[in-house]
Ligand binder design. Sequence first.
Ligand SMILES: Cc1ncc(COP(=O)(O)O)c(C=O)c1O
Length: 420
Amino acid sequence: MEDSKNPDFIEQFYLDCGFATRVLHAGEHVGQPDTRSHANAIFQTSTFTFHDAQEGADIFAGKQPGYVYTRLGNPTVRLLEAKMNALEGAAFKLAHPERRLSSIAFSSGMAAVSSTLMAACSTGDTVLLGDVVYGATEHLCSNVLRRMGVGTVEVDMSNLELFEAAMRANPKAKVVFLETPTNPTLSIADIRAISRIAKSINPEVLVVVDNTFATPFLQRPLELGADVVLHSTTKYICGHGVVVGGIVTSPNDRFKDALYMVVKDVGASPSPFDAWLVNLGLKTLPLRMTRHCENAMAIARLLEEHPKVARVFYPGLPSFPQHALAKRQMSDFGGVVSFELKGGLEAGRKLMDAIHMWTLAVSLGSVDSLIQHPASMTHACVPREKREKAGISDGLVRLSVGVEDIADLQRTLLEALAKV
Ligand SMILES: Cc1ncc(COP(=O)(O)O)c(C=O)c1O
């Protein structure tokens, strides 16, 4: 009974349970009052009270555990962070029980990305950035960080020779930042090989993986040698399209301390209600991802055989150039499928206007299916030349395949394709 309230016990107990058990039980009831409520409470408060002045001073000074102010920490947010530790880091904790792993939740995925880079870099430092990443991540590096004197070198992370050459040319790079699968072309980077190469050249470099497309259910970068894993929880982690959020997990002590300072001072912390919603959505992650993957595979196959489709991007297709690597590194291939129509941009626009049931909207990872056009929407802030080099053509359409009945997804897509 005692132990069920102890955060360390709760984290430890579930570490060697299966993923679906961890997602339900790890972190649950951490820091909750003993009301016997089955569901966790939402601590929707900005501040916390102290019994007396001494207690306030001790909690502030870190001499005594306790909460002070929600920007600095909140029990509902803490619960989500404890759960994410158990999802991204269980194998790491079992292998290194003496090391402390931490997750910090954020108010958006971009708050997680920008805070991570701010925590890791100072003026004069360099980031090696994947050449295909979410548009705002590219924009953050090429504009905001650049103005602050942090340089970015873009590299095709799917090509290990190019990556090694870029690392040798920038041996003091502070961060290697990559997405795999990438948004929106779904190219795959070999996390294990990149981490090995990066550290053989600079043991201090931080390998950061944006794991938003895969989720810890399909891929766990910390087990493959990465130092930091982050998510836009807006997507599959919450899964229902009702929250904008982010989370960062890392066992690296120096980075974690710096990151906590950034989140505290920049104020990028999430609201307790959003953290509660993310935790609620997270509980069905394995069920949702299994269905997303099944449906996406069927849609990718349908598109690959369709006469109006020029090219399909889905790591699960044997024709995908990095299918073997995806199979080795991931347990399944995710719910996003991108494709080019033979009629280019015009045909893509017609398809998006004609399709029923698939919602025309940016974002991804929601239980319902979405369709969008990267060149004019999510990646419009990336200069055309860079987009084209990265394979994001004007005719590329991105699907976030939901968990609807596959027959309805297939029928509505075929009906829309017939109108193109
Ligand atoms: C791979 C990836 N990383 C980060 C982000 C940014 O997340 P958010 O919109 O929650 O700030 C997104 C958003 O689409 C994304 O796709």
